[in-house]
Design a protein around this ligand. Sequence first.
Ligand code: FES
Ligand SMILES: [Fe+2]
Length: 401
Amino acid sequence: MLSKQVNERLTQVSAGTPMGELLRRYWHPVATVPELDAEPVLAVTILGENLALFRSDSGTLGLVAQRCPHRGASLAYGIPEEDGLRCAYHGWKFARGGQCLEQPAEPADSTFKDRIRIPAYPVQEMGGLIWAYLGPDPAPLLPRYDLFVRNDVEREIGITRLPCNWLQIMENSLDPVHLEYLHSVYMNYVFKRAGKPEPTTTKHHERIAFDVFEYGITKRRLWVGDSEDSDEWQVGHPILFPNILSVGEPRFPQFQIRVPMDDTHTYHVWYRCKSTSDGVAARQSPHDIPVLDYAYKEQNGRLIVETVSGQDMMVWVTQGPISDRTTERLGTTDQGIILYRNLLLDQITRVERGEDPLAVIRDEAKNTPMVQIHREAEPFRVAAGDNDAFAARHERGTAPV
Ligand code: FES
Ligand SMILES: [Fe+2]
């Protein structure tokens, strides 16, 4: 159970809030390359800020405040040009750095434009995603986590915009035990009600453990009946601080990235990979990555619960826009959640002291692709999922975590 103050400290993400300042020390994905190919100016919301992402005619990326400082029209409907983005309303043009370059209707000798500047942030491409950094200079390096830079994987990106705070999604990743119920007992119940055979055999956790390491937290589990040599116990899998979960099985690794849009909405990226056989290079270009909307609701408005990812989204969303942690009752299996919250609070304090928090990388020599921990253990499968139907429905082949 948390006090109201601590819950707010952990969940509020706008500029000037403790968590908002911590999260501004990291790069976050805000869109995908194929989306920007289809529409060169996009509206994005991240950390409580409404921004316009654009690719200029010269190919460079820009990210500026969405609201035009003239009279407030949205630059997300602007015109990209060689050197910036022009407002559609009266043509004010802004450079990638935010400086106003032109005001077509003002007198030719006016210096008014020199005094107009809008917020602007650095952006980079990596792995088919567009990443933004909203923190203070100098920006740290964009971490080259393996799935974003490996050349032996094909990728598919699923996007869901969820109506809940980012923290309850991340807390789920520090909660290995939910697999036993949500993705097994409940999964079987849902299938039985639909008149289908039960897809899972419920296993039990004998032990869970969590280890803080250089880039986050490794979570481990020991199943009842497994030996301590099992990969799930010896190796586990990582939560890359602050907001990336690394899961999947060796041929189908994935990241799940939870980017706060504001206090009550999260941009959820399902970054799914399929490794090629024998490590040969994949032919897929970032421009060809399939980008899909992953639904969390049925057409009738009921939340999707017959899939692993749907079940996860159901428990994230039903905790409410911001989970009220003043009334929660944590048990012994919530130790990972307590560790994660404490780690977040520690890192907030580090930022308040002017230090870099965990997993901020500034040394180019250290920013080599970090190889994902591949578990060789028999994956926990659900239903008759067919991993080769990679681009079909999003739940297939997803190992519950
Ligand atoms: S509102 Fe943008 S130029 Fe007038
Ligand atoms: Fe789950």
